[in-house]
Design a protein around this ligand. Structure first.
Ligand SMILES: Nc1ncnc2c1ncn2[C@@H]1O[C@H](COP(=O)(O)OP(=O)(O)OP(=O)(O)O)[C@@H](O)[C@H]1O
Length: 951
């Protein structure tokens, strides 16, 4: 009967029509098994996630609202401000700054470079460091996103940021005009609302985050090699320029957006200094701190090589090699893992030797009751008990993370990926041996024996040549930077003709006769397996295509060096009339070829960060009390250890700069970029001023809180089409500046090193969406429509005029420093016209209304945006501590006559790659898997977000 009725229904088309079925658009099946079976029984039930729900629900939201309610009208002006800065209460600088002297940013806040008439529309917060905030900004003129570092409105930070500007100007323009050396591009700088703002190309995830995404399992050797090559290229350049980065660590190495193969860049030159005039003696983040810095010895660019070695090891191991909980612990780990100790000559000269070592004369031979020399030298490291007796406190000792003690054991016993074939396993083994040898050259106690970047770059681990025996680098010679305008002959029939240096592994027959001409002989370069071929030093095969050391890309940017060893025989044509710096007595010409660009194209994808869609439901019924969630956690989220001030940089160290600045302020010429005067007077700041428990003077919160701007009302600074200059603007007031010394007397202290309670990362820190696939996956979000925008090239315009105009603004700022030896860090502007804009247009300070809104967040919630100076600056590694003023009278690198006059041409063709992508969906499809080895051979993971301080 039933069958009959069904059959009847099927025969009747009108009945059939009435049968309702969900349309595929309305309801998606959970999943469809490969066989097409969508039932649960198929066992293939899984949720198919396409686009983020929020994205799907909020696209065309205004239109949706209008459909729902035809009377709905959208007005951007009614949007509540979404603050990115915390606290968002304006108490300084006419209400523009919060108590930490940070400019209070909200989504769509507009930063303006008045000189260039360039607007930067703030979209999100990328990071928050010691120096200030880094915001992701949209530049409509160039259709691109950039990262703008907004320096705190305090003279010390301003001064130090000028150093960063100067150094980056020099590195970018003079030494690396073609952007080949993996150093972040600075695009612009300007003063806005008394904040120095520095615009950078927008980069992505940092290497620490990448390791974290890989669940602290370390990256594959191929990636480690790739990144090592790139970092070395940066270090080579920095050494040539005589610049020490002073804070090299995975957090300060960022991935470039959408570049294949993966490309990284070094950021944060805020601690950098000139090799010839190092300013501070207490620098580098603890895990990456070199022995000479730790011991208070003179230092050079070699300290960056030590950090580099630590980074290479960490990339491979997934964990820091020397996660010292204190300086003593750091030293103890170094000695244990390396099986040696700093050389006697270093210990004899270092200032803090006695803090960690006992001298031979102190070593008592218990049996004979007489002093004797230690078998390992004239110095012997103190035991914990001895250290405690001397320091009157027990040294902090961290956990051991590796099951093995010695470097060799740690590396060789690290579990390889289970996916390796037998052949790959044997290659893996030999590459590990090469890496150990490589690390030995970098993590060398004696700075004079530590390899230079050029020396290291000839190592088979980097060049890809077979590793057969311990690498013996050629002696480092004095090099002279040669303008990179060379032409390389390309001879199709004979391969590339490249300038060759001499490789330590190059047989002499490969070398041409030495001569002192600019025109070298030609040496044919073969692509394949050119073992011992050309220019092991400074010549790369970054793509890892065979062992063709000597080839890096296919272009003509070269650096030439002179060496007694003579040229390898090659021809370099100086282009045009550009002089090639002359003949050093060192006749060797060691050259290397660098590519013009990465040749990899720019990114094809871009993601938008959260943007204000504006159509808040509150617009239907504007609430009387607007509650706004706390500021955007930014790219890495608040729980990420990479977010806090403590991780990305070295806040304590940098803060100490401030302390030092304030101590020096009486003799500083604040406006001058040269710090000669400062350094000549640095004696009072020497050793002993900073100890592990030091507190340092700092002009914190010394301003009169005035409860925000007197301008009330809800004001929007969003997307105003016509921005204009503030009519009754403000300028730096020389009278208030003169009070700086008196005003900067606030003090604060840092707590002692404390054992980290959280040695295992909070699971919340881990990317819940992590997967190997995501790491390698192309991001194909809806926003890929922006591709063309980025592909169109983004030049921010680099007219000389604008540069001069910018300099003018800066000069104005500087003037307020130089006339009065000090600048009132909290001075409220009274009158004047510097960078003042209509309150409703750009950068309006929080109004009374805004303040109300700002208080809406739960006060108890710990935030990475908490004021730097009131928190314990958590970090997964040791912080820089208070910078000890260095022994050496020094002047900071002085380039040009005025720091604000670097001949700066901001935009470079490939520096604005693309918009950001989520860390989890970064495109690193360089055919080299990241790694993710089978397991961690460690007991636990070192502290990240709540590490101790190193004061
Ligand atoms: N060019 C960039 N692209 C993307 N994000 C960036 C860029 N520059 C900086 N950031 C983000 O901002 C953070 C802080 O930047 P930076 O390290 O330069 O500032 P800082 O004040 O010196 O920080 P710290 O005190 O941690 O050293 C970085 O850790 C990074 O997350």
């Amino acid at each position: 009967m039933e069958e009959a009725s069904t059959a009847a229904k099927e025969d009747e088309p009108h009945l059939k029509k009435q049968t309702w079925k969900p349309t595929p658009k309305a309801f998606h099946l959970y999943s469809v098994a490969p066989n097409g079976d969508s039932s649960e029984k198929s066992g293939a039930l899984r949720v198919v996630v396409r686009k983020p729900l929020v994205l799907r629900l909020t696209t065309d939201l205004v239109e949706t609202y209008k459909i729902c309610n035809p009377t709905f009208k959208y007005s951007e002006a009614l949007n509540p401000k979404r603050y990115l800065t915390s606290p968002s209460v304006g108490v300084l600088n006419d209400g523009y700054d919060n108590a930490n002297s940070d400019l209070i940013l909200s989504v769509n806040y507009v930063l303006v470079n008045a000189a260039k008439q360039q607007r930067y529309i703030v979209k999100d917060l990328l990071g928050h460091g010691t120096f200030g905030q880094v915001a992701k900004c949209w530049v409509s003129e160039t259709n691109s996103y950039v990262a703008v570092k907004i320096i705190k409105n305090q003279p010390a930070f301003f001064q130090q940021a000028k150093v960063e500007v100067n150094i980056l100007s020099v590195l970018n323009e003079k030494y690396d005009p073609e952007d080949n050396h993996h150093i972040v591009r600075m695009l612009d700088y300007f003063v806005f609302q008394r904040h120095l703002c520095i615009s950078f190309e927008l980069l992505e995830t940092n290497l620490y985050e990448l390791i974290k995404m890989n669940q602290f399992r370390g990256l594959s050797l191929g990636i480690v090699q790739l990144f090592s090559r790139q970092i070395l290229r940066a270090l080579i350049l920095m050494k040539e320029a005589g610049i020490i980065h002073c804070d090299l660590k995975p957090e300060n190495i960022l991935l470039c957006a959408s570049v294949k193969p993966a490309e990284i860049k070094i950021i944060d030159f805020g601690s950098a200094c000139s090799e010839h005039r190092p300013i501070y003696s207490y620098i580098q983040s603890r895990y990456y701190r070199s022995p000479e810095v730790l011991l208070g010895h003179q230092y050079t660019t070699a300290i960056d090589m030590w950090s580099f070695g630590c980074i290479v090891a960490e990339l491979f191991l997934g964990l820091p090699l020397f996660p010292g909980a204190s300086e003593y612990d750091l030293l103890r780990r170094m000695i244990k893992i390396l099986g040696a100790q700093p050389p006697d000559h270093l210990l004899n000269e270092a200032k803090y030797t006695d803090k960690f070592f006992k001298r031979a004369g102190d070593i008592l031979d218990v049996e004979n009751n007489e002093t004797s020399f230690s078998s390992i030298g004239s110095f012997q490291v103190l035991t914990e008990e001895e250290f405690e007796a001397r320091d009157l406190k027990r040294p902090l000792i961290g956990k051991e993370y590796f099951n093995h003690m010695k470097l060799e054991e740690i590396v060789t016993n690290y579990p390889p990926s289970k996916r390796l074939t037998e052949e790959e396993m044997s290659k893996d083994k030999s590459t590990r041996l090469a890496m150990i040898d490589f690390l030995r050259g970098l993590i060398e106690f004696d700075p004079s024996k530590r390899w230079s970047p050029l020396q290291a770059s000839g190592h088979p681990f980097v060049t890809g040549e077979p590793f057969t025996c311990p690498y013996k680098p050629p002696p480092e010679t004095t090099r002279m930077f040669v303008t990179p305008n060379f032409k390389v002959d390309h001879r199709p029939a004979a391969g590339h003709w490249i300038p060759a240096g001499f490789s330590p592994q190059v047989s002499s027959m490969n070398r041409g006769p030495a001569h002192n001409s600019l025109h070298f002989q030609m040496v044919p370069y073969s692509h394949a397996g050119s073992y011992g071929s050309l220019g092991s030093h400074g010549s790369y095969n970054e793509g890892g295509l065979g062992s063709s050391c000597g080839s890096y890309g296919d272009d003509s940017s070269l650096y030439g060096y002179y060496s007694p060893a003579g040229p390898s025989g090659l021809t370099i044509h100086a282009q045009g009339a550009i002089p090639i710096f002359g003949a050093s007595p060192d006749a060797r010409r060691r050259t290397s070829q660098f590519s013009h660009g990465n040749g990899l194209g720019v990114g094809s994808t871009a993601n938008f960060g959260p943007m204000s869609l504006g159509a808040s439901p509150s617009q239907f019924t504007p609430p009387s009390n607007i509650q706004v969630s706390s500021g955007s956690p930014g790219k890495y989220g608040p729980s990420s250890p990479a977010r806090g001030s403590g991780v990305h940089g070295s806040p304590l160290g940098k803060v100490a700069v401030v302390g030092q600045f304030n101590k020096r302020r009486s003799w500083v010429h604040p406006g001058s970029f040269s710090t000669q005067a400062q350094e000549n007077n640095s004696s009072s700041l020497r050793q002993g001023n900073f100890t592990d428990t030091a507190s340092c003077s700092y002009p914190e919160g010394n301003a009169r809180p005035h409860g925000g701007s007197p301008r009330g009302g809800a004001q929007s600074n969003t997307n105003m089409p016509n921005w204009r200059q503030h009519r009754g603007g403000v300028r730096f007031n020389s009278v208030s500046s003169s009070n700086a010394v008196q005003q900067t007397t606030g003090s604060f202290s840092f707590s002692d090193d404390k054992p980290d309670s959280s040695s295992i990362p909070d699971p919340g820190d881990w990317d819940p969406n992590y997967s190997d696939e995501l790491l390698l996956q192309e991001d194909v979000s809806d926003t890929s429509s922006l591709t063309s925008d980025f592909a169109n090239g983004m030049r921010l315009g680099h007219s000389l005029n604008s540069g001069v105009a910018t300099a003018g603004v800066a000069r104005q700022y500087r003037a307020s420093y130089s006339v009065h030896s000090g600048y009132h860090p909290s001075s409220q502007r009274v009158t004047g016209a510097i960078q003042g804009y209509s309150n409703s247009d750009v950068g309006s300070p929080p109004s009374a209304h805004d303040l109300h809104v700002g208080f809406g967040r739960p006060p108890s919630k710990p935030s990475h945006l908490m004021p730097h100076f009131s928190q314990n600056s958590p970090s997964r590694f040791g912080h820089q501590h208070g910078l000890r003023p260095n022994y050496a009278p020094s002047t900071f690198v002085h380039v040009g006559s005025d720091w604000m006059y670097p001949n700066f041409h901001p935009p470079l063709p490939n520096c604005n790659a693309a918009g950001p992508r989520s860390p989890g969906s970064s495109t690193f499809s360089n055919s080299v898997p990241w790694g993710r080895r089978s397991g961690l051979p460690v007991a636990s993971i070192p502290p990240m977000s709540h590490a101790r301080k190193d004061y």
